[in-house]
Design a protein around this ligand. Structure first.
Ligand code: F1P
Length: 316
């Protein structure tokens, strides 16, 4: 087991601490979640969770908010900008928080580095320490920032989610290779809060296993991308709780084209259960997608501890 895998399987005690810790109380007319890479995808899931819990929110890539906030929000009055960043040092997100403060917008930092530039620049900080051995590829930190944000959205994150995620990681780690053999194209499908998780899952496959992978809003997959489905494709379906009939039908269509499907929370060639209910399910799915990236890397003899072209912090 390399360090990447060890961090993925050892992240759960950090979750347990983050479930119990005090977090700032936040109110705003609209929340703007900004982040880069993995942290942008966490931002997307959090914006969705806030909306579902009655708090208006959007997610914007850090660079886009820093460069052209007016293209995303015409009226900034009453907004709160929430910077998401493991390191708190990614140039664009630090800039996004600083620019927002200069414009008089209140800011919150969600981070794993409490003394970082982003945390220092923000009005409020939500901080959880990540696994000390986490490398370039984000795993534990992404889960923790999602967990903190979900709690701030008002989602009850129950201890059962820890057991569920542990089991999902174990099952995916053990069985993923039974469906990935011979597959060189990957798609991850999810809607609502799960689209951010699908995007992050696809990014994990890119970064860790240097694979061609894309996320899609579940039902959008039928509108063009399904033309690429064949015996070289592996699709992951992140099943929702309220649309699973339509999602199952789509899985049937994808399988009929020769593709294999991993179903998280529903049927597939490999079906893995999700233990909890509600928006916290996203945490179990995120952890499962992390180990899928590692298994595909293993099968291609790729060292995920040294992902090519990447560094831990991207500073311009
Ligand atoms: C964001 C990020 C990571 C990516 C890479 C470079 O970092 O883009 O998502 O995997 O390692 O940095 P951060 O702002 O969350 O520290």
């Amino acid at each position: 087991m390399n360090t990447t895998e060890r961090v993925i399987v050892e992240q759960f005690p950090f979750w347990e601490k983050a479930i119990g810790m005090a977090l700032p109380k936040v109110e705003a007319d609209i929340f703007v979640f900004v982040g880069c890479g993995t942290s942008h995808y966490v931002a997307m899931s959090l914006a969705s969770a806030f909306n579902q819990n009655g708090k208006r929110a959007i997610a914007v890539a850090g660079s886009e908010w820093a460069l052209r906030h007016e293209a995303y929000l015409p009226n900034i009055a009453g907004a709160m900008v929430v910077g998401i960043s493991r390191s708190g040092e990614s140039t664009e997100v630090v800039q996004a928080v600083k620019t927002s403060r200069a414009l008089g917008i209140r800011t919150l930092a969600i981070t794993c580095e409490k003394d970082s530039s982003m945390a220092k620049a923000a009005d409020l900080v939500a901080f959880a320490p990540t696994h000390p051995d986490e490398g370039i590829v984000m795993s534990s930190s992404a889960s923790l920032m999602l967990l903190m944000g979900l709690r701030m959205a008002g989602v009850k994150v129950e201890p059962a989610v820890v057991a569920g995620a542990r089991a999902a990681v174990a099952a995916m780690g053990e069985k993923a290779l039974t469906v990935t053999a011979g597959r060189n194209k990957f798609v991850v499908l999810g809607g609502g809060i799960y689209f951010g998780i699908a995007s992050e899952g696809a990014l994990k496959l890119q970064e860790m296993s240097i694979s061609v992978s894309q996320p899609f809003y579940t039902m959008e997959y039928r509108h063009g991308p399904i033309s690429l489905a064949d015996e070289h494709l592996l699709a992951v379906m992140l099943y929702s709780e309220d649309q699973s009939e339509a999602e199952e039908k789509l899985v049937g269509e994808i399988r009929a084209k020769g593709a294999k499907v991993i179903g998280l929370g529903g049927p597939g060639d490999l079906s893995l259960p999700i233990a909890t209910r509600g928006l916290q399910r996203s945490l179990e799915m995120m952890a499962a997608m992390q180990i899928l990236g590692e298994r595909v890397a293993n099968s291609k003899n790729i060292d995920s501890t040294q992902p090519r072209h990447l560094s831990k912090v991207v500073v311009l």
